[in-house]
Design a protein around this ligand. Structure first.
Ligand code: GCO
Ligand code: MG
Length: 404
């Protein structure tokens, strides 16, 4: 067992739900022993594929599968420049696959390898959205009927003007195309939404909202103060990573719980806001920081400052990536909540062993490793697609481009 080495590293792109997912397979000198990891950077998937095939694979062939920490450090250091989303995703794919292999070698599920269960199930939250309050409330009631007790509420998605239908925007002539939104109309619509949700649906349900860094400093401060009355479970991405220092003032002036981190790729982004305890929940996307190895350290770092985990769980994350972080959710004492976007039937066929949800709790299986397989034949039925990037080109009414 000690001499098992990396024989080959393969990378696959598949889109069983119309979203490009990137999967890395690490094959070893033991024919039946291999592992899978998530390297999903859906908006730049080709770049990740190249990073794995042209750089990580030739560099790691023949190396021992056992020394994950050393392999992670050399993958991170070998490009000299580091901590960027493309290379981090490529590194994550290999890293998670090596943890999958280590769990198989130890013949135990990853949460057990990490130190065992801290709970029997993982509380998850789902998204409710709609073009009007009635539609959002209907969506909330459907999710409640399925047993969900934590629900993120939006109307017209980020910026509140999905498809440009909800807000009357006056643009300068000859303006660029884009996903235009009006910050004040957005804020007003969200206040009205939560006012109705609390009066129509009540206060038992835990609700969240994602500002998706769409507001200026003073707007986000005023908005946060107005939202305080609705007792949110958390308010997400009130600020961009570039403006994170302003959390100091949000924290000083409100008691709203804050969540941030899905855009983080570099430790310098999360160290100050955690050490200053400006946030309550870390929302990192595991593959954007390089996988499980850094996420385990980040979770422990957060615990020391009373910050809980709420790992990013959107639909541009593979079931392997979701399961990998759910093993962390099972084990970490400072688990808070897990975002969950569900799986469609095609995904459950391509990825046998997907986590299951029952009555608002998710459960990973007890198979060795991450516990989720990858049917390469089925995956080939859903080749990579040209994804709709339009929402990423968000703009203010005067045409100013906004990072989405
Ligand atoms: C979330 C996120 C996502 C991201 C998406 C980017 O909280 O789930 O904000 O919706 O925008 O993953 O590709
Ligand atoms: Mg978000």
């Amino acid at each position: 067992m000690d001499n098992i080495t990396i024989r080959d590293i393969k990378v696959f792109v598949t889109a069983p739900r119309g979203i490009n997912l990137v999967i890395v397979k690490v094959e070893t000198s033991e024919p039946e022993l291999f592992g899978y990891g998530c390297a999903t950077f859906t908006w730049r998937h080709k770049a990740v594929v190249t990073a794995v095939e042209e750089y990580l694979c030739p560099m790691l062939k023949g190396k021992s599968v056992h020394n994950i920490e050393d392999i992670w450090q050399t993958m991170m250091g070998s490009s000299y420049w580091r901590n960027g989303p493309v290379l981090n995703n490529a590194i994550s794919g290999v890293d998670e696959a090596l943890w999958d292999i280590k769990g198989k070698l130890a013949n135990m599920p990853l949460y057990s390898l990490l130190g065992g269960k801290a709970r029997e199930g993982i509380a998850v939250y789902r998204h409710a959205d709609g073009s009007c309050i009635e539609e959002v409330e209907e969506c909330i009631r459907e999710l409640q009927a399925e047993g969900y007790r934590y629900i993120r509420c939006h109307m017209g998605t980020y910026g509140g003007n999905f498809g440009g239908k909800r807000q009357q925007i006056v643009k300068p002539r000859d303006s660029e195309n884009g996903a235009y939104y009006h910050p004040r109309m957005y804020m007003d619509s969200v206040i009205k939404l939560f006012d109705r949700v609390r009066s129509d649906i009540g206060w038992e349900i835990e609700v969240m909202h994602d500002v998706h860094e769409r507001l200026s400093l003073s707007e986000t401060l005023a908005f946060t103060k107005e939202l305080e009355q609705f007792k949110l479970f958390f308010l997400e991405d009130s600020l961009s990573p570039e403006q994170a220092n302003f959390y100091k003032y949000l924290r000083e002036q409100t008691a709203v719980p804050f969540a941030m981190g899905e855009l983080f790729t570099n430790p310098v982004e999360w160290i100050p806001i955690i050490q200053n305890q400006w946030i309550d929940f870390i929302r990192v996307h595991l593959s954007d920081i390089g996988g499980l190895t850094p996420a385990i350290k980040l979770a422990n770092f957060c615990e020391a400052y009373g910050v809980r985990t709420a790992w990013h769980g959107p639909n541009d994350l593979s079931p392997i990536g979701m399961a990998a972080q759910m093993h962390l959710d099972m084990h970490c004492h400072n688990f808070g909540i897990q975002e969950f976007s569900g799986f469609n039937e095609a995904e459950e066929v391509v990825f046998p062993g997907c986590p299951v949800v029952n009555n608002g709790y998710a459960y990973v299986n007890d198979r060795p490793g991450i516990g989720v397989g990858f049917d390469e034949k089925e995956a080939a039925k859903y080749p990579a697609i040209e994804m709709n990037h339009s929402w990423l080109f968000s703009r203010l009414p005067d045409g100013t481009a906004v990072r989405p």
